[in-house]
Design a protein around this ligand. Structure first.
Ligand code: ADP
Ligand code: MG
Length: 248
């Protein structure tokens, strides 16, 4: 939330294009994200939002253009994996292991991938669960938790590796409406603490209240971007206007 125009971007996409087969999904995208900034991506289904997140997090490589994240050139495909341990991803599906407790889910990667001692991992895991307000549910299994709580565990799991950037791809889309608020509240807390975040969401309330900048994507292009105040009150692009009319 302390983003200023002078700071160097932590994410910088320059003329990034991506095709799947004969479908061009991203058409020369330019996009940057500043330290501590909360960037919210909106747009119709199929406009390329998830592909942007996957490229930023090293899960997918661009066909052309440059992708810099934390000074790592992810467009050099052999280097894309370097970023994965430094960013956190939260998806629509929580994908928790049902036979592991909340804490077990949060510590798994720390113990298996990071080779952390179990006691250290548990300490780190409890801190992460505390951050999402679930320290008292550490020994619960996913089936004993609500969908909102399960998604908060998934956020804690991502936070436990101490990422410098968090990506959220429709993190609340699978939740019953009454459970959305507890998850967006956790996300707002991270934003307040200065986490750099790129968030794909249909929650326009979240975008309005928490985004530093809103980016509207349309058919693989960044059609318009600006402050949430400006984007919602006075969209310039006809497609943005139509989209907002449908979702607001
Ligand atoms: P959004 O997240 O905005 O809905 P996506 O980035 O998921 O958009 O997808 C953009 C387009 O790319 C869609 O037409 C989708 O079908 C296509 N696409 C995405 N991933 C793949 C893939 N791995 N293989 C083939 N097509 C894909
Ligand atoms: Mg998507």
């Amino acid at each position: 939330m302390n983003a200023t125009a002078e700071t160097k971007p932590v994410i910088n996409l320059m003329q990034v294009s991506k095709s799947f087969g004969s479908t061009q999904v991203l058409k020369s995208i330019d996009l940057d994200v500043r330290p501590g900034e909360v960037l919210v991506l909106i747009g119709a289904s199929g406009s390329g939002k998830s592909t942007v997140l996957r490229i930023m997090s090293g899960l997918e490589t661009a066909d052309t253009g440059e992708v810099w994240v934390n000074d790592v050139p992810l467009h050099e495909s052999r280097r894309a994996k370097e970023i994965r341990g430094h960013v956190g991803m939260v998806f629509q599906q929580f994908n928790l292991f049902p036979h592991k407790t909340a804490l077990g889910n949060v510590t798994l990667a720390l113990i298996k991938a990071r080779k952390m001692a179990p006691a250290d991992a548990r300490k780190r895991g409890m801190e992460a669960l505390d951050r999402v307000g679930l320290a008292d549910r550490a020994e619960h299994y996913p089936s004993q938790l609500s969908g909102g709580q399960q998604q908060r565990v998934a956020i804690a799991r991502a936070l436990a590796v101490e990422p410098s950037i968090m990506f959220f791809d429709e993190a609340t889309s699978a939740l019953d409406p009454e459970l959305v608020g507890e998850v967006t509240e956790v996300m707002r807390g991270l934003a307040r603490d200065g986490m750099t975040m790129v968030v794909v969401t249909h929650e326009m309330g979240f975008a309005r209240k928490t985004a530093d900048r809103v980016v509207f994507m349309d058919k693989g292009l960044v059609a318009e971007q600006g402050s949430p105040e400006r984007m919602f009150a006075n969209p310039q692009n006809e497609r943005t206007r139509q989209f907002l009319q449908r979702v607001l």
